[in-house]
Design a protein around this ligand. Structure first.
Ligand SMILES: C[S@@+](CC[C@H](N)C(=O)[O-])C[C@H]1O[C@@H](n2cnc3c(N)ncnc32)[C@H](O)[C@@H]1O
Length: 279
């Protein structure tokens, strides 16, 4: 099977289309985390930046607004389509490439490789990060954010737990399989990055929240449309889905913040590294 075939299909079909439909919601959910990884990356005016797995473009736009010369790269045609039109609408000159980050023939032209949750989906992370390492200029840097473990990420774990009684028994997931939680183990991240030649690898915890809005019925329904529960629910029938929505609704309401917004914990790793200055 060609590399990353399952993920490329996934992000071009339902997941990509749902991210396009829910772009504003997803950007609001992830805004605080996006700000944290931008602060880590410190893009400078004129720097060449590659936004890996740029999706619908929120962080590519933010990097360009900071004055960087941005290239957004993604495998998802529908998500890139929206990213392109958002950049045009904002009057920002951003290049977008539809390609697999693990296979694209990069030149060593970037000062910064950046990603908000776009680097955990590779079949072979060593191959992918070796390729991204090649894309950096000597002395260039890497900055990305990825999720910690599911039990720390109650935005995902609570809906999954609430849905469990209504779904067939599943074998325990492979924690290293491509997917949102593939980089939950910081030792794994450290070993992948050092194996491919990165230096000064640092991981630090960022404990944020997922800002999901205030409408609990919509939030419950959306957990079956996008994110880890949507994958687990698969082809469940309408009656089962309705029961799961009710259970998720009951379980998520406890995360209401004083302003009424549902804001469950979102636990991340902020990861940074450097390519050596001399070849
Ligand atoms: C969770 S989404 C994050 C999107 C965006 N960075 C954001 O924060 O809104 C993951 C993104 O990674 C992209 N992706 C997955 N595998 C990829 C690969 N091998 N090369 C490039 N992009 C990939 C997906 O298409 C998707 O847009």
């Amino acid at each position: 099977m060609p590399a990353n075939e399952d993920q490329i299909k996934f992000w071009n079909e339902k997941a990509g289309q749902d991210w396009v439909l829910l772009q504003e919601r997803m950007d609001a959910n992830l805004a605080d985390i996006g700000d944290a990884v931008l602060a880590l990356a410190r893009p400078a005016p004129g720097e060449a930046v590659l936004d890996v797995g740029c999706g619908t473009g929120a962080t590519s736009l933010a990097l360009a607004k900071a004055g960087a010369k941005v290239t957004g790269l993604d495998v998802s045609k529908p998500m890139l389509g929206l990213a392109r039109s958002r950049a045009i609408q904002a009057g920002l000159d951003i290049a977008f490439i539809e390609a697999d980050a693990s296979a694209y023939a990069f030149q060593p032209e970037y000062d910064l490789i950046f990603s908000r949750f776009g680097v955990m989906f590779f079949d072979d992370p060593i191959l992918a990060f070796a390729n991204l390492h090649r894309a950096l200029k000597p002395g260039g840097r890497l900055a990305f954010v990825c999720w910690r473990t599911p039990p720390e990420n109650l935005w995902a774990f609570t809906p999954l737990t609430a849905a469990k009684p209504f779904l067939p028994e599943q074998p325990p997931p492979d924690p290293n399989a491509p997917g949102p939680f593939a980089f939950a183990d910081p030792q794994r991240v450290l070993s992948i990055l050092t194996d491919v030649g990165f230096h000064n690898v640092e991981t630090s915890k960022f404990d944020g929240v997922m800002r999901m809005g205030g409408d609990i019925a919509t939030i419950a329904a959306q957990t079956l449309q996008i994110g880890p529960l949507s994958r687990a629910v698969g082809e469940a029938d309408e009656a089962t889905r309705a029961k799961i929505v009710e259970a998720v609704r009951g379980a998520m309401v406890k995360f209401a913040a004083p302003d009424g917004e549902i804001a469950p914990p979102a636990a991340c790793w902020l990861v940074s590294a450097r390519k050596e200055r001399k070849a």
